[in-house]
Design a protein around this ligand. Structure first.
Ligand code: BG6
Length: 478
């Protein structure tokens, strides 16, 4: 089997500011929603309580995002390691709260921008193409206290922030993503929309209103980007959850179809096609929502139509199963949302079901629907690693990635236009769902535990050398 990828394929890795930078109040940065998320497996449970109001309660919880992996001071060492692996592209995010600490300032924080000047220049000095997520789960906390994205003022605040960074880096950075995993907001508006349950997060109409505001903000950022430099490419970013109906019962097949509509396609339809999908009214009716509830303004639809994205990026870790007829079936754990257990698949240490063929399906389903270029900007295995004599033998991670890369190659042969791959957490970082350091994805190990103890030394895992060779041979040697 020849698994060589097309010339110019963008191999790399992905991270997010809030999960690795640390320095959460340094050089003028303000706190973000992720900085208010406690560490540990109960993180989402705590943050989903009805009275959770984004307060940082130092005496009650630990907050791993406050220190991250100290990338803020060690970024040069980290990027040198990425360069050693031969990265062609590095996906990272800019922390909105580093540039506009409360989100409402009229002038950006110059010290924050200086950090990204250096980060970007370091990437470019190695010939690594930066791919920037403008907002990855870290809106300024102050904006979340104002209701998060259900507050329409966020559009103007985001537009000012996006314009600032796009203007500054327009000639250095070609690839931009607006909102990380935007479709998470449909079911789980906490991190992506900055809406806690206290602020109405459990109400579908609040979440869909927040999403409408993000769609408009994303279109305005796309407009700015294209006006600043027509060569810039802007992408949307979704979680793609390949799903199967549990059986051939038409009730389950319809449930699967509706899950795909509302979760996998609702946001991408708006962002790629520039208009709400035909099934929107059906869902609004189901949830008792009217267009007025969304606070839509006169020009919104024209803005969406005029400024669609250029490509689709997505995360893919696992697949899920839809079972409408037996709601009591055993559930599987999942990335932000989950379905029932699939007996044909194995699970990760965190119960996420491993399904490389699901990635092939994801690529085919997205490409057939939208016919725009695709890039996988997150994929990988969160696992416990053990250090033995300074070595980490992570064969399980190599096995996971290898199978997913083979599936990507099969999708290319199916005719899909896939232009890059940036596995998640190329260096170990704080988990988004649990705040644990012990849930590791990296090629590079970071000596830090869940309580914040460790030297923070970086170590190359076995997967480091393996991935280096994958990139060197352009996918031929797996
Ligand atoms: C995605 C997010 O949902 O999955 C990342 O974009 C996150 O921020 C990644 O880290 C893996 O999830 P987790 O919960 O294992 O960190």
């Amino acid at each position: 089997m020849n698994t060589r990828f097309p010339e110019g394929f963008l191999w790399g890795g992905a991270t997010a500011a809030n999960q690795l930078e640390g320095a959460y109040l340094t050089d003028g940065k303000g706190p973000s929603v992720s900085d208010a998320m406690p560490g540990g497996k109960a993180r989402m449970q705590i943050a989903s309580q009805p009275d959770f109001d984004w307060d940082i309660l130092e005496n009650r919880y630990v907050y791993p995002n406050h220190i991250g992996i100290d990338h803020y001071t060690r970024f040069k060492e980290d990027i040198a390691l990425f360069a050693e692996m031969g990265f062609k592209v590095y996906r990272f995010s800019i922390a909105w709260s580093r540039i506009f600490p409360t989100g409402t300032e009229t002038q950006p924080n110059e010290q924050g921008l200086k950090f990204y000047d250096e980060l970007i220049d370091t990437c470019l000095s190695y010939g690594i193409e930066p791919l920037i997520t403008i907002s990855h789960y870290e809106m300024p906390l102050n904006l979340a206290k104002m209701g998060g994205w259900q507050n329409r003022d966020c559009i103007a605040h985001f537009e000012r922030y996006a314009k600032t960074v796009l203007t500054r880096y327009k000639d250095k950075v070609k690839y931009w993503l607006t909102f990380n995993e935007i479709n998470v907001g449909v079911f789980f508006p906490l991190l992506s929309l900055g809406i806690s349950n206290k602020h109405g997060g459990f109400e579908k109409k609040v979440a869909l209103k927040g999403l409408h505001n993000q769609f408009v903000a994303s279109a305005l950022a796309t407009k700015i980007a294209h006006e600043l430099n027509p060569d810039i490419k802007v992408g949307c970013m979704i979680i793609y959850m390949t799903s199967y109906a549990v059986d051939a019962n038409p009730i389950n097949q319809i449930a699967l179809h509706e899950f795909n509509q509302i979760f996998n396609y609702y946001c991408a339809d708006v962002q790629v096609r520039g208009e709400y999908p035909s099934f929107t009214n059906k869902f609004f009716k189901k949830y008792g929502i009217t267009w007025d509830d969304l606070g839509v303004e006169h020009d919104d639809f024209a803005i969406l139509k005029a400024h669609p994205v250029d490509f689709i990026s997505f995360s893919y870790y696992m697949s899920s199963v839809v079972d409408e007829t037996s709601p009591e079936s055993e559930k599987a754990e999942g990335n932000m949302i989950s379905g029932v257990k699939n007996e044909f698949l194995e699970s990760s240490d965190w119960g996420w079901q491993i399904d490389p063929q699901g990635l092939r399906l994801a690529l085919n389903q997205l490409y057939e629907r939208y016919q725009v270029p695709l890039i996988i900007v997150e994929n990988g295995l969160g696992a416990y690693d053990k250090v033995e004599d300074g070595k980490i033998h992570d064969t399980y991670r190599i096995d996971y990635l290898k199978k997913h890369i083979i599936a990507m190659h099969e999708a290319l042969e199916d005719g899909v236009d896939l232009f890059g791959y940036t596995p998640w957490g190329c260096i170990d970082l704080v988990s988004a769902s649990t705040g644990e350091m012990s849930k590791r994805y990296g090629f590079v190990y970071v000596d830090l535990d869940d309580e914040g103890n460790g030297t923070m030394d970086r170590l190359r895992k076995d997967s480091f050398e393996w991935y280096k060779n994958v990139i060197k041979t352009n996918g031929e040697s797996l």
